[in-house]
Ligand binder design. Structure first.
Ligand SMILES: *Cc1c(COP(=O)(O)O)cnc(C)c1O
Length: 355
């Protein structure tokens, strides 16, 4: 089936009117991939990974951005602006380039993965690096967007949440049910808010009978919702969720409480372990922040949580290629050097081949 883009596909569930441009670069319709190996460790009935890294700019941010940009165009805006740990800026810059909007992105100084920064650069966004963290960058763009009437495309923009809720529609449309548990990384908490909204809307339309439990996971060094107060200097290897004062904090708590789920935290070493297992055992390379969802599931399973008979979906929010430095710094992988001589090559191969 041709990918019409998610605004067109889900227009009956989105605030689309006659003057809303139906724009797209093929976002959404991402693979829901069944676990081959890790589900056994978890002891669940079925485990699936939703590969949001397959979106046009490599993260789920495109779902919300396409709609936020569509609405900005509808409102006659010529400029958009966002603060970003990386992926929002990559997405804003791409849609801004495609639809002729001048794009400003504010990034926290030095804490952005190289792949993401290079996206903002190649798409031609105007990049402002703030000597401060994400939370400070977000404050700045809110004020600038009001002062200069620039379209704010952070997830405070309700159209971002509207676009992102299509992730849950796709899961239901594919499995004709809702999963029992949805595991999802939590940073600024827009995505958990959006997925919960999507599931509830599908339930209201009788597309599903039950709702999933929402299982959000923050990084331990950036876990304000878990500890119950903002974190002044959030620190984690998972830069996309390195956020100390989430914009959608209350909505995340609502999603947790209404669904009977949880918001927990995982250590960086648990995130890295899940990140490597996904690659080694499932062939799925996501970014470290994305692996927080699986890390949370692995943690609960280790703690004795009973997932028998349960269908679980983990949202893998972004593509591993965005952040090759994390591989270089954390994964021990020998590269075997050998002369271009068939005998030597044969000898090397037999010496490293499995029995
Ligand atoms: C933005 C982002 C998150 C966090 O999503 P929130 O909506 O801010 O909670 C997680 N993973 C990746 C890869 C992201 O880009």
């Amino acid at each position: 089936m041709k990918n019409r883009g998610l605004i067109d596909r889900y227009k009956h569930f989105l605030p689309v009117n006659d003057s809303t441009p139906i724009i797209s670069m093929g976002e959404g319709n991402t693979p829901l991939v069944t676990s081959q190996s890790l589900y056994k460790d978890i002891g669940c009935k079925n485990l699936c990974f939703k590969l949001e890294g397959s979106n046009p700019t490599g993260s789920f941010k495109d779902r919300g951005m396409v709609f936020a940009v569509s609405k900005a165009i509808e409102e006659g805006k010529k400029r958009i602006i966002c603060a970003s740990t990386g992926n929002t800026s990559a997405s804003a810059a791409a849609y801004g380039a495609r639809y002729g909007l001048e794009t400003f992105v504010f990034i926290p100084d030095g804490k952005i993965a190289m792949g993401k920064l290079s996206q903002a650069m190649i798409y031609g966004a105007k990049i402002i690096s703030i000597k401060g963290n994400f939370d400070e960058a977000l404050k700045a763009v809110i004020s600038i967007s009001e002062e200069f009437n620039i379209g704010l495309v952070n997830s405070l923009n309700p159209y971002r949440i509207e676009g992102q809720k299509t992730g849950s529609f796709e899961i239901v449309d594919e499995i004709n049910d809702s999963p029992d548990y949805l595991f999802i990384p939590v940073g600024n908490a827009g995505n958990i808010t959006a997925y919960w909204k999507g599931f509830k809307e599908y339930k209201n339309h009788n597309k599903i009978k039950k709702l999933p439990k929402m299982m959000g996971f923050q990084a331990a060094g950036a876990a304000p919702i878990v500890i119950g107060k903002p974190v002044k200097n959030p620190e984690t290897i998972a830069t996309a969720i390195r956020i100390g004062n989430p914009a959608s904090w209350e909505n995340a708590e609502k999603a947790r409480d209404e669904s009977g789920g949880t918001i927990g935290m995982v250590e960086d070493k648990e995130i890295l372990s899940a990140y490597m297992k996904l690659s080694n055992e499932e062939g799925i390379f996501c970014e470290p922040s994305s692996a927080a969802s699986l890390a949370g599931l692995m943690k609960l399973s280790k703690e004795g949580f009973d997932f028998r008979d349960k269908n679980i979906v983990c949202i893998l929010t972004g593509n591993g290629l965005k952040d090759p430095a994390t591989v270089k710094d954390n994964v021990v992988s020998e590269i075997f050097k050998v002369d271009s001589d068939m005998n030597k090559i044969r000898h090397k191969i037999t010496s490293i081949m499995k029995e």
